[in-house]
Write a new protein. Structure first.
Length: 178
């Protein structure tokens, strides 16, 4: 009878060990899925950060055009002042003065357009950075969840290892095996 009981105990033990290992594998798969989700979110986050950087560079390039336009505007205003003062050396005819006014107005419109464009680019970059930070938070949440699942998996693996060690013949009856 004792042999029959130990055989039954052994078979129940192996079934429990297999069940524990299945649970460990299940939690390991869940951890893998969470890590995969986190890596996808990290990729999306990096794309948004890159896009924000590109937009900021475009904004700086757009704002870099303003000093040239400002200097052109100052030149045109000097020409206009010279014509208004009526100096003999730089006298400007009245119809030329109206052309200068039109050029100044066009330069001002161009500057305003560039400033609007720069503001729009800045807004878009900020939007992409906001999305990137949201993705980072989600990614961190998935990584934490993966760590929890991995801890569960390790716990089940450890229980299975202990049970297997406890059910080994050398452990059950020391000295009888060899």
């Amino acid at each position: 009878m004792d042999v029959d009981r130990s055989a039954r105990f052994m078979s129940m033990g192996y079934a429990s060990i297999a069940k524990l290992r299945e649970e460990a594998a299940k939690y390991e798969r869940m951890a893998f899925k969470e890590r995969h989700r986190a890596s996808r979110l990290t990729t999306v986050m990096e794309k948004h950060r890159h896009r924000a950087t590109v937009l900021r560079e475009k904004e700086q390039a757009t704002l870099g055009k303003l000093p040239d336009l400002e200097s052109d505007q100052k030149e045109q205003q000097k020409l206009l002042q010279m014509g208004a003062s009526g100096t003999a050396s730089g006298a400007v005819a009245p119809h030329d003065q109206s052309r200068i006014h039109v050029r100044i107005r066009k330069i001002q419109q161009k500057m305003a357009g560039l400033q609007r464009k720069a503001k729009s680019l800045e807004h878009a970059a900020a939007h992409h950075l906001q999305i990137a930070s949201q993705k980072k938070v989600l990614s961190d949440m998935h990584i934490e969840k993966a760590k929890q699942w991995e801890a569960e998996s390790r716990a089940f693996t450890l229980m299975a290892d202990r049970m297997q060690k406890a059910t080994e013949p050398e452990t059950l009856a020391p000295g009888l095996g060899h």
